[in-house]
Design a protein around this ligand. Structure first.
Ligand code: SAM
Length: 265
């Protein structure tokens, strides 16, 4: 390909991986099986895409940047790559599976993500859980710590509970800024997500999300205060037997699930 790549665009969070060992470890962590359709989020200049295409015949890649999408189509023409030029936050994973495969499929998702969409994307993956099998995703280290945090610490919050209601999430490795061009200001962490055997229903997840929003509204306030202020009652605490003098960051995920069962909104 003789056309040069467009300059990296900050607004799309473009920091491109160039460290071959890191790319290899991400692709290996994905553990692609021959029958799992692979979807890459934000392929950029195709560094990870190339490693994925060495492991499977077809990869679907969602890229928001029109110029990069055109570039990828040219560069990977005839290689089994389908480029979807779209904002991944608007992507319907289920509809894409049906369109491309003629039936519902469970995607294996890979992505070195633009950091400005980490949180909304994590929520999108929660909502799309029935169309996803597993994922290997790179986040800013602070976001990864929140995703993997245990109760009690300052990293523990809604992002530690909601995604893990449906996925087992574990850190795979940290990635230094020098592995990217241009260099980001922060360290990154690769995480592996595997869908749980029996994820909660959509309505349970909605209730859990509402609980977390209210319980963590003010971390210094007690649960009783936060609930009474938002709902005008602390009934869910009484019914689930959870002590209202505790603070949200002390509750285990199971206790949040119990609160969600008695949620009134
Ligand atoms: N995966 C490539 C790599 O590792 O070198 C690029 C990673 S770069 C951090 C993030 C990529 O996601 C960029 O290509 C960017 O254009 C794309 N992107 C940003 N926002 C997006 C969105 N909302 N939907 C889809 N792609 C997006």
């Amino acid at each position: 390909m003789d056309r040069p790549f467009p300059r990296p665009r900050k607004r799309f969070g473009q920091n491109f991986l160039h460290d071959a060992a890191v790319i290899e470890r991400i692709a290996a962590a994905l553990d692609v099986s021959p029958d799992s359709p692979v979807l890459e989020i934000g392929p950029g200049r195709g560094a990870l895409t190339r490693a994925l295409l060495e492991r499977t015949d077809r990869v679907w890649a969602v890229e928001i940047d029109r110029d990069l999408a055109a570039h990828l189509r040219e560069e990977f023409s005839g290689s089994g790559l389908s480029v979807i030029e779209q904002d991944v936050l608007q992507l319907d994973f289920d509809a894409l599976g049906r369109k491309e495969h003629g039936r519902a499929v469970r995607w294996t998702v890979a992505g070195n993500l633009p950091y400005n969409i980490s949180k909304p994307l994590a929520l999108r993956l929660v909502e799309s859980v029935r169309s996803i099998e597993s994922a290997v995703l790179m986040f800013q280290r602070e976001v990864a710590r929140r995703l993997c945090a245990a109760p009690g610490g300052s990293d523990y919050g809604p992002l530690s509970v909601l995604p893990r209601a449906v996925y087992e999430i574990e850190p795979v490795m940290d990635v230094r800024p020098g592995a990217f061009r241009p260099r980001p200001d922060v360290v990154s962490t690769v995480t592996r997500w595997v869908v749980r055997a029996d994820p909660p229903s959509v309505s349970e997840l909605h209730r859990l999300r509402a609980v977390l929003g209210v319980a963590f509204a003010n971390r210094r306030k007690t649960l009783k205060n936060n609930l009474s202020r938002a709902l005008g009652t602390d009934e869910p605490l009484q019914r689930s037997g959870i002590d209202g003098s505790r603070r949200a960051q002390e509750l285990t995920p199971e206790e949040f699930h119990a609160l969600a069962r008695y949620w009134v909104s």
